[in-house]
Design a protein around this ligand. Sequence first.
Ligand SMILES: Nc1nc2c(ncn2[C@@H]2O[C@H](COP(=O)(O)OP(=O)(O)OP(=O)(O)O)[C@@H](O)[C@H]2O)c(=O)[nH]1
Ligand SMILES: [Mg+2]
Ligand SMILES: [Zn+2]
Length: 313
Amino acid sequence: MTESEAFEGRVIRAQSGFYIVESEHGTHTAVLRGRFKKERRSEGLIALGDRVLLRRLELPEGESGKVDAVIDDVLPRESALMRRAPGPKGVWAQDVVVANVDQLVPVFAARSPDPHFGMLDRFLALAAIDAIDSLIVINKVDLGLSAEVTHEIETYRRAGYRVILASTRSGEGIDALRDALSGCVSAVVGPSGVGKSSLLNAVEPGLDIRVAEISQAVQKGRHTTRVGELHRLRSGGLVADTPGLRELAVWQVDPGELEWAFIEFRPFINTCRFYDCTHVHEPGCAVKEALERGEIDSRRYDSYLRLLGDESN
Ligand SMILES: Nc1nc2c(ncn2[C@@H]2O[C@H](COP(=O)(O)OP(=O)(O)OP(=O)(O)O)[C@@H](O)[C@H]2O)c(=O)[nH]1
Ligand SMILES: [Mg+2]
Ligand SMILES: [Zn+2]
């Protein structure tokens, strides 16, 4: 077999040691070069969304459809969505779910299951820290919006977030979601059963989403647990449908980053009396004053305290 020159591609699926990679030349089935595998053992291998350098393998007659490229190297990640995963010896380790996304799309249902806004705040903070845009989707609005959920939606909009109300039953919000996904790389996250896969199928009928099948297939592999797939949309976007992802980790964040992750805090942060104010108990805290005036929502502030507590533990 002869090898061609190296070119760049993006991993759109990772499964059991094989990587499906998209490049300007088409779609490839690639394996990792042995040397690269050895060198990267400690930091983990390749994740969904990674940009890689690969070389084409010239296949003998009649062997098309199998592995046709090898991956030599991975380019530095611009961002990485992590989750906790059980590592060696039962220790929890971080595991990259998808790398290099432009946009995080947390999806919750208006009800059934009831939305978990504390979890939403965790997603939003995580994205902000990685400089990833967020787009909130509240699905299943055909089941009705309670006063509480309506109030929360207003809170997020006032804070400056985009919120799409959607229903795969009535079709509400599907065009808006399609527009928002076009031309960029997005990751859809959220609890199981909120309708993430249904939404993507509504945005693009004919998408073949096989989340459960993939997550079962990779359960055994140590380095292949980066489940999911990046789907190519006709609009030019790429979107990852992640399976029922509850625990995106917000680890190794210092308070100086977390305060900026709450975007409605930003106008106040620099007017606190102490430059290193953590907005918990310090006198002259502009964030707490805004909270008392009702300009910062108290439940959002509680989420900030909770995440801050997680960080210092
Ligand atoms: N009423 C209502 N039900 C919906 C809507 N969208 C999806 N569902 C239903 O919600 C259930 C879960 O949908 P899925 O798309 O599988 O949910 P998911 O978020 O992908 O779940 P996981 O893959 O387990 O993470 C299915 O029974 C859907 O038919 C909606 O807009 N309204
Ligand atoms: Mg799904
Ligand atoms: Zn403060």
